[in-house]
Design a protein around this ligand. Structure first.
Ligand SMILES: [Cu+2]
Length: 147
């Protein structure tokens, strides 16, 4: 319930050529959030094709970059530099994963489900198998949240 309220508050409907109802979600990169240290906030979202996500470096020392396995085919990955804002355009349905490179091992990950796409179990298992323990825990929670 709490998370739902945060999510609703963070989505702003913006004018976007070609998508009359496209929305922009703001995700903060924080040293300390409601879910613990080193987090994207919110850490999960369900969005539509045509929406965008803006990653804001609320605290210094973070970046936002695509998790290669969690990116729909044909979508260009993003790789933000430290302390800079990143805009991710959701051009295709699917599951989009973003990580903060320096805090990957601390589980600083963000997962968005766009459209009706299902997360392929083989893909999620592959990502989980190579993830450090904290990351594995947060990824598992995120995958469950978008299911
Ligand atoms: Cu970080």
């Amino acid at each position: 319930m709490f998370r739902t309220l945060i999510f609703a508050g963070a989505v702003a409907v913006v004018a976007h050529a070609g998508f009359a109802s496209a929305a922009e979600l703001t995700v903060k990169m924080r040293n300390q959030g409601a879910e613990g240290p080193m987090v994207f906030e919110p850490s999960t979202a369900r969005l539509k094709v045509g929406d965008t996500i803006r990653f804001i470096p609320t605290d210094p020392g973070h970046n936002a970059e695509s998790i290669p396995e969690l990116l729909p085919v044909g979508v260009a990955p993003v790789k933000g530099v430290m302390g800079k804002e990143v805009v991710l355009k959701l051009t295709k349905p699917g599951v989009y994963g973003v990580k903060c490179l320096p805090h990957w091992s601390m589980g600083m990950v963000f997962i968005a489900k766009v459209g009706d796409a299902k997360l392929d179990p083989a893909t999620s298992n592959k990502v989980l198998a190579s993830a450090p323990p904290l990351t594995k825990r947060r990824l598992t929670a995120a995958f469950n949240a978008i299911r």
